[in-house]
Design a protein around this ligand. Structure first.
Ligand SMILES: O=C(CO)[C@H](O)[C@H](O)COP(=O)(O)O
Length: 205
């Protein structure tokens, strides 16, 4: 399983310092939505230039104006952008179209999606990378990401599946059938991000 490190609620300096400590243990770098709102596409340009061998995920959480936002992020160096599952189909189609032009990818964030109907529809539209997601605010009520979320996508062909939502050293080992574990605060909030990243990588297998 790959590790996607989510850089959320951090300054530019903290992002770079954590990346320096953890780069050996992570596969994909996610520039979190809050970091994008603070620093814009400049930080996508900086991180993609500093880490040319990593896959750069810009957590745009796009839900409208898909063509524009996808172009903006891909031009800045993102390899993958996130788009919300509830977006209009036109938004999904346009982001997929731009991704094809740039030879990049779209990850559709299933935050809030509870039934397979929408997932199947998105799959028919050409979505091949999904993120099962328990949001930060849901986590405050005790919800955490686990393999049961996989029911939303199981059986759909030619998919890669990521999962996010409070993944920790205690839970990562039980994530069955998942391709990418998105880990944020368990690493970025640790007093020793390097050690936390190393442990996560070894538990991810
Ligand atoms: O997309 C996100 C929030 O919307 C986060 O990147 C994701 O939840 C991972 O962070 P954490 O491990 O701290 O939950």
């Amino acid at each position: 399983m790959k590790i996607q490190l989510a850089l959320d609620r951090l300054t530019r300096e903290q992002c770079f310092s954590i990346l320096e400590e953890t780069a050996d243990y992570i596969d994909w770098i996610e520039i979190g939505t809050g970091v994008l709102k603070e620093y814009g596409m400049a930080i996508v340009r900086e991180i993609s230039a500093a880490y040319p061998n990593k896959t750069i995920v810009a957590d745009m959480k796009t839900c409208d104006a898909g063509r524009h936002e996808a172009k903006q992020a891909f031009e800045a160096g993102a390899d993958i952008i996130t788009v919300m599952a509830f977006s209009h189909n036109k938004t999904i189609e346009e982001t997929l179209d731009v991704a094809r032009q740039f030879e990049k990818r779209v990850m559709v964030d299933l935050l809030g999606v509870q039934t397979r109907d929408r997932v199947e529809e998105l799959h028919r539209l050409g979505v091949a990378l999904f993120c099962l997601h328990v949001g930060k605010d849901m986590q405050q009520e005790g919800a955490l990401a686990d393999s049961s979320l996989n029911e939303l996508v199981v059986g759909l062909e030619s998919l890669e599946v990521a999962i996010a939502g409070g993944i920790s050293e205690k839970t990562i080992g039980a994530l069955k059938g998942i391709d990418i574990a998105i880990v944020g605060s368990s690493i970025t909030g640790s007093s020793n991000p390097q050690e936390a990243g190393k442990t996560m990588k070894s538990l991810a297998g």
